[in-house]
Write a protein that binds this ligand. Sequence first.
Ligand code: ATP
Ligand code: MG
Length: 563
Amino acid sequence: MTETNNASPTDFIREIIDEDLRTEKHGNRVATRFPPEPNGYIHIGHAKSVCLNFGIASQYGGTCNLRLDDTDPSGESLEYVESIINDIHWLGFDWGDRLFYASNYFDQLYEFALKLIRAGKAYVCSLNADEIREYRGTFTEPGRESPYRNRSVEENLDMFERMRAGEFDDGAHVLRAKIDMASPNIVMRDPVIYRIKRSPHYRTDMKWVIYPMYDFAHCLSDAIENITHSICTLEFENNRPLYDWFVKELIDDSRPQQIEFARLNLSYTVISKRMLIELVQNGHVSGWDDPRMPTVAGMRRRGYTPSAIRNFCASIGVAKNDNLVDISLLEHCVRDDLNEQAPRTMGVLRPLRLVIDNYPEDLVEEFECANHPQNPAMGTRIVPFSRVLYIERDDFLEDPPKKYNRLGPGREVRLRNAYVIRYESMVKDETTGEVTEIHCTYDPETKNAPPSDGRKIKGVIHWISAAHALSAEVRLYDRLFLVPDPAAESGDFKEYLNLESLEILTSCYVEQNLRDVAPGNRYQFERLGYFCADSEDSQPGRPVFNRIVPLRDSWGKIASQGK
Ligand code: ATP
Ligand code: MG
């Protein structure tokens, strides 16, 4: 696995692990896990956590489990599980036979709940949700004890078993841990640990009508799996004492240590499954794998590489403070990676016809072009050249400014991999005034050679021979949102969607060499950017390309800050 930074970057989490290994806090084991809830596709924020957890395990010769934290039946599904598995494999990580499900522990968690009840440390509470909230108090006021707090162990056991047996309606009762209603940490004020919910679970179906709360199941699942370092995001900092309490009360030996780090936020997008689901369900994007989505599936379809995403995650590091990472840093990593990997080709997105008046009518020359200018091992390809070409519409200007090094009246320019041509005349549409055709002459001496008289040719433009052009559709993507931090804006985040984030160009031309391009293949279209054959819509003979990222790197400054 290649990472642009040094192989084992250090950070405060790795420093804690180093110290734990030195003091043999967990013996000499390092066991991490990635614990997604299967209620959506994973996104770039999850990718950061994946890289961190799997990266640490491999660096320390430890293990990393994949555990689906599937304790809330609503919104969870097998489709999501499958997508998560597929996406993490694609990112380049593997868990061998260490695939687990919190739902596999439902029996054990139920036993844990009984154990707490028997120890007088949990009780069935019959307040409704609003009352529980009201009794809980605030940051400045202590909570009040529930009138059901002192139910006897026998009554609690009886009620809890009847909850499980389905005797009560949803919400009629909950099981709560009996901790401390006066704790300054609200999380410790007798949190709910089980609730009644009649909802089929995608794995256990209707076996259960009570489900453990995330806070109960998550930490105990870590302990059951003998996790040494439970790495999670900052919002769980206040929950740490609760997790420690559950584990101390219920499990003797294993004590996972929770370490919190700042979640990744990325500019001009949203990273929250709740918001991403809204975009999908309301049709603002074509699906979870829409190439504009910050999901792993979306980035894959767009053409981002796993190594680019891993390099990005390594370069942003892990911090203790939330911040907003500029999306251009991610684009920079993608560009960096593709610059090395992607073969070159030519494509014209907005074609303008160009005729070389002094080139023989029926001559076709075949030029051998390098697939990568710096890497001869990537070989060459044949590109046909003839009298009528397509060039990019914006490579010609009727009245070009001085610094414009492309084609215009009186100008000469080099055709990439071919000849120098000189402008002669143009044809305009009589009604619209639009330029429809350019006429040039070529200098036969300049085939891959400078002009013999020493005159300088500044510009190089790309082209496609019209008789040999292959039609293609190209999809250009821009930022999904118009503002850097849509989730932080007032009102509905969807108001800030960039309605022009997708532009579809249907009359593009590419080289015939791309006729049977395999979906997912990536190329640099010279002078334009990196493009990927769409995995859903590209067809033999009629390729569809997604623009992964334009060529121009206007973000060098930001990138160098990230290093
Ligand atoms: P979301 O807020 O998008 O719904 P989540 O935290 O609820 O995310 P989970 O499936 O519970 O999603 O997350 C699985 C793991 O990924 C957790 O350990 C979580 O801390 C981590 N994670 C989620 N979002 C980010 C993020 N933006 N940056 C880093 N880690 C994240
Ligand atoms: Mg969550």
